[in-house]
Design a protein around this ligand. Structure first.
Ligand SMILES: [Zn+2]
Length: 389
């Protein structure tokens, strides 16, 4: 994993926040670390005697975030919230907003409390492909524990307050000086330091360990696969009608997509869930699989399956559109549908990274993502539902 730090580029950085912007942009430049809005970063600083956490605001991408993309939140308020036994995510978000010292700043990341709990100036959080690929494999937790002996390893917990409170409990007696980072299984990785460069270096070094492990234990090669034909015009029309709005379609026939789509057991192989939880908002838990040509039939089955999933886990949520956002077609490739070009490209990028992870995790014994219940909790998160209601 390439370290992009350049001392000449930081010469202009005068404040903690300047440097925070610089290293956040660096993390964002590596799409094997974060994709579109993924990950978050923070820096602790003092303003008029008060300790402030500048944390990534929602709606910003690390690659392009600027100083105004960071929300300044009072550390004392975040640390108080961490101690609460119960707090809904909506109340956590409003509590964080009340603790902002500039009301025009963006809404702080839902991981702000977690950042506050880490007693180092600079905190970096990514969804590094290599780390989540290993974590999402059959013996992922064991491999991760072996590879990262000095990291705090946290079993999967839904992001938001429950995760923050869990970290509060797990770290009350922790010797932080002996802790090199945190790995959230099936989710991502945190590194931290009082020095921005060191925190960034630790991220690159930690992810390089995972990459080396994958290169040794799950090497990947591509044969030249020729795609078969498929009537994508008809597919687009059917998806569009089912969704009830126009879509932008993207056909992915890279060698990766062809290798993925040529798996003889597609129905099981390509439906095993997301790489990191937040992807579910874009991709849903699984794609539509077409392994013969009966499109109408498989689409009806997909919708029925989605309704069953919704009914199994819902209490009073509003059901989202049950139509797939991407389709894996046997020996043809992958077709992605978004409401506009931007969304289509985002979904396609996420699917690309997921396909590689699935193929590699299979070489480690099998790909295993979060459970259906956890997928539902993420897809129907109260913060997402609030936007609909
Ligand atoms: Zn995350």
């Amino acid at each position: 994993m390439q370290n992009l730090w350049n001392d000449n580029d930081v010469a202009h950085c005068k404040t903690d926040l300047d440097l925070r912007v610089y290293s956040s942009n660096l993390l964002g430049q590596s799409d094997e670390l974060v994709l579109h809005g993924g990950g978050n970063t923070s820096v602790k600083s003092t303003l008029n005697g008060e300790e402030i956490l500048y944390v990534k605001g929602s709606g910003w991408d690390l690659v392009s975030i600027k100083a105004e993309g960071f929300s300044p939140v009072k550390m004392s308020a975040l640390l108080e919230m961490a101690k609460l036994e119960n707090l809904s995510d909506s109340n956590m978000v409003s509590g964080q907003k009340e603790a902002m010292i500039d009301s025009s700043a963006p809404t702080p990341s839902v991981e702000a409390i977690l950042h506050a709990l880490i007693p180092f100036k600079v905190v970096d959080h990514t969804h590094a492909d290599a780390v989540v690929t290993i974590s999402n494999s059959l013996h992922g937790a064991e491999y991760i524990t072996e590879l990262y002996p000095n990291f705090l390893i946290v079993p999967y917990i839904m992001p938001g307050f429950v995760l923050a409170h869990k970290i509060y409990e797990m770290t009350r007696d922790l010797d932080w000086d002996g802790c090199e980072g945190i790995i959230l299984l099936n989710h991502g990785i945190f590194t931290f330091d009082n020095d921005a460069k060191k925190s960034y270096d630790k991220m690159i070094d930690a992810v390089s360990i995972a990459e080396k492990f994958l290169n040794e234990n799950a090497p990947i090669s591509f044969d030249e696969i020729e795609p078969t034909g498929f009537d994508v015009g008809k597919l687009k029309q059917v998806i569009q009608e089912a969704k009830g709005h126009s879509v932008v379609m993207k056909i992915n026939q890279t060698q990766l997509a062809l290798k993925y789509a040529s798996n003889p057991n597609l129905e099981e192989f390509a439906t095993r869930g997301v790489l990191t939880p937040e992807h579910i908002i874009r991709t849903k838990h699984q794609p539509l699989i077409i392994d013969d040509n009966n499109l109408d039939e498989v689409l009806i089955e997909y919708i029925e399956g989605y309704q069953e999933y919704f009914e199994a886990f819902s209490s009073n949520e509003i059901m989202l559109n049950p139509i797939p956002n991407y389709v894996v077609i046997q020996d043809f490739g992958v077709v992605v549908f978004g409401k506009n070009e931007k969304e289509t490209n985002i979904i396609n990028d996420i699917v690309e990274h997921t396909m590689l992870a699935v193929i590699r995790a299979d070489k480690l014994g099998g790909y295993e993502s979060i459970s259906m219940a956890d997928s539902f909790a993420m897809e129907y998160w109260e913060l997402e539902q609030a936007k609909l209601k």
